[in-house]
Design a protein around this ligand. Structure first.
Ligand SMILES: Cc1cc2nc3c(=O)[nH]c(=O)nc-3n(C[C@H](O)[C@H](O)[C@H](O)COP(=O)(O)OP(=O)(O)OC[C@H]3O[C@@H](n4cnc5c(N)ncnc54)[C@H](O)[C@@H]3O)c2cc1C
Length: 425
């Protein structure tokens, strides 16, 4: 059968794109390599799906083209998203601006999207991977989309498993490289590349950072509120505040995930990366020194490690004392103001050399992708291939934690679907 629109990928942006195109009366086919739609959506927000956020600012979206994300969102933004999902049945539950379905079930989001697709008679093919897309020549040339059958968990390739489908427009909604077990294995970049698009190297984003500091074993599992700042060649390049979690391989926690994409870029450029943690961001260096001096005076019969009990986490304290080059067993009576300054300095500037990020298997998003300037911000149509649209994580835009990556998927999916569905060819 001949279709008006073929959507590659039944993920967040693909499902919304299919709905938007079908609402324009287009015949739509969605091709998905997994056995069902929306596997990643169902895993989002700890299975609760943080589907958007009331606070929308440029700094929540990262891209080599800083203005592109907000331009796209001006055509389909957070209020459009809330209205779109309310119409489908999702009642929003708000926590500090973060929106979840009231059911607190990410699967509800997949279900309502699929019910709407069914109502609009969108066709689906599952367990089928798109391997090649060819555009016939001429301005109105149609697309031939080649596929290969896949059987879970391993791909079965064979000539008899191959097929092709023809359509007027193609929406590439195949996702990035993050969490490949949920479907997005990076094949979308190859498809876009074969059609002439350039690719900014995809790197893991919203991911944990790795380090080989010897002290990690001792503090693994410790959680602490800190200000986390990333430096390279002595220059600050990213910072965030919140609860960090030490692990045996490095460090995790929301603030670390938020700044990880900047570390990934520096490391990929073979630059040094130093993470500096401030364990008492609300107090100045002088205030902490004064606090420590007061404790010192009150602890004349104690040892240094005993003096610190009740201040910072004991495991962390042991490492801080060592980093400050002090003896934990030293009698407080033998310590002085200079020693407290050393401790204060380490509490405010605790260093961790970063050696890498965790892999895409652990990442929640992808930094890099198809450059924004190769796409029209109102329609997400390719400026290189007429009739080709690119959506979601495939584009060089990654959001911070808080519902921004899904908002990006809904916005780009809706705009691309509406434009592709509108076109009469
Ligand atoms: C664990 C986890 C939790 C997350 N939580 C949140 C959250 O709470 N809030 C938030 O905003 N974001 C969250 N994200 C990020 C968000 O889910 C993604 O950014 C978003 O789903 C990307 O949408 P997409 O349409 O670009 O791609 P995807 O949703 O990844 O969909 C791509 C689809 O394309 C299919 N596909 C790929 N290649 C092919 C091919 N060649 N042929 C056929 N099909 C193909 C894939 O199987 C997949 O189904 C989370 C991500 C992860 C991994």
């Amino acid at each position: 059968m001949d279709y008006d629109v073929i959507v590659v990928g039944a993920g967040a942006s693909g499902l919304v794109a299919a709905i938007a195109a079908a609402r324009k009366k287009s015949r739509v086919l969605v091709i998905e390599q997994k056995d069902r739609a929306g596997r990643k959506i169902a895993a989002t927000g700890n299975d609760k799906c943080n589907y958007t956020n009331l606070a929308q600012k440029p700094e929540y979206y990262r891209s080599d083209d800083n203005e592109f994300p907000m331009r796209v969102l001006s055509y389909f933004g957070v209020n459009d998203t809330i209205a779109f999902f309310e119409e489908l049945g999702i009642v929003p539950k708000e926590r500090d601006g973060y929106l979840y379905p009231y059911s607190e079930q990410a699967s509800s989001v997949v279900q309502v999207l699929l019910m709407e697709c069914e109502r609009l008679k969108v066709s689906f093919i599952y367990n089928t991977r798109v391997t090649r897309i060819i555009k016939q020549s001429g301005r109105t040339g149609r697309f031939t989309v080649y596929t290969e059958a896949v059987s879970e968990p391993e791909a079965v390739s064979g000539r008899d498993k191959e097929a092709s489908h023809v359509s007027g427009r193609v929406i590439l909604a195949a996702g990035g490289c993050a969490s490949p077990k949920l479907g997005s294995d990076g094949s979308g970049y190859k498809l876009a590349g074969s059609l002439g698009h350039s690719i900014i190297k995809p790197l893991p984003a919203l991911v944990q950072l790795k380090s080989d500091e010897k002290y990690l074993k001792a503090v693994s599992g410790v959680r602490v509120i800190a200000h986390a700042a990333l430096y390279s060649q002595g220059k600050l390049f990213a910072e965030e505040r919140g609860e960090v979690v030490f692990t045996d391989y490095g460090i995790s926690g929301i603030p670390i995930m938020q700044i990880s994409r900047f570390a990934a870029k520096k490391l990929d450029d073979r630059k040094d990366v130093l993470l500096q943690l401030d364990f008492m961001p609300e107090a100045s260096y002088e205030e902490i020194t004064e606090l420590l001096n007061t404790r010192l005076k009150r602890s004349r019969s104690k040892r240094l490690n005993q003096m610190m009990i009740g201040f910072l986490n004991n495991k962390l304290t042991a490492v801080i004392i060592k980093q400050a080059r002090l003896n934990p067993e030293a009698e407080c009576i033998n310590l002085n103001h200079k020693d407290m300054e050393k401790l204060s300095c380490t509490i405010k500037q605790f260093g961790m050399r970063i050696t890498g990020t965790n892999s895409f298997d652990n990442a929640q998003a992808t930094a890099g992708g198809i450059p924004a300037h190769e796409l029209d911000s109102k329609t997400l149509e390719s400026k290189l291939v007429r009739g080709l649209y690119i959506t979601g994580e495939l584009i060089d835009v990654d959001g911070t934690c808080g519902g921004y990556n899904l908002q990006w998927a809904w916005s780009t999916g809706y705009l691309a679907g509406s434009a592709a569905g509108d076109r009469k060819q």
